[in-house]
Write a protein that binds this ligand. Structure first.
Ligand code: CMP
Length: 138
């Protein structure tokens, strides 16, 4: 079993899509190992996305992540990291495959409804950024 970290972003929370996204997660065989709703602070968002700090979109990305509440998740499944990225679809919804979350729900490349870790190393960092070990229930 592998764990990955996911976020339901403010654009999706704002449009009442939490339930629809959780339904896709569970019906695709993921177990929800941890979940909480949170309002990110600018410093939390900047720390979370520090790998993108040199990118031109860093300011607007971190601002949009603080524009409303998010849902933070730890998901568990065999090969959870690639499986969650496949279920989300490509970062840019214009490039995302039919039936993926981003194709169906994302507003644009920045407000793309969900986040998922892209490697085991980043998943470990991202899970521990928002959850203590005792909050993650396999
Ligand atoms: P996420 O999977 O959360 O990882 C980094 C985020 O940066 C990405 O989803 C998008 O929200 C955002 N992003 C990536 N590329 C661009 C871009 N070219 N323009 C604006 N935002 C981007």
């Amino acid at each position: 079993m592998e764990k990955t970290f996911a976020i339901i972003k403010p654009d999706a929370v704002e449009r009442n899509l939490i339930g629809k996204i959780l339904e896709r997660i569970e019906s695709n065989g993921f177990k929800i190992a941890a979940m909480k709703k949170a309002q990110l602070t600018p410093s939390q968002a900047k720390g979370f996305y520090y790998v993108h700090k040199e990118r031109p979109f860093f300011g607007s990305l971190t601002e949009s992540m603080c524009s409303g509440p998010v849902v933070l998740l730890v998901l568990e499944k065999e090969n959870a990291i690639p499986a969650w990225r496949e279920l989300m679809g490509a970062t840019n919804p214009e490039d995302a495959a039919a039936g993926t979350i981003r194709k169906d729900f994302a507003v644009n490349i920045e407000q793309n409804s969900t986040h998922g870790s892209d490697s085991a190393e980043n998943a470990a960092f991202e899970m521990s950024y928002f959850f203590s070990e005792t909050e993650i229930l396999s």
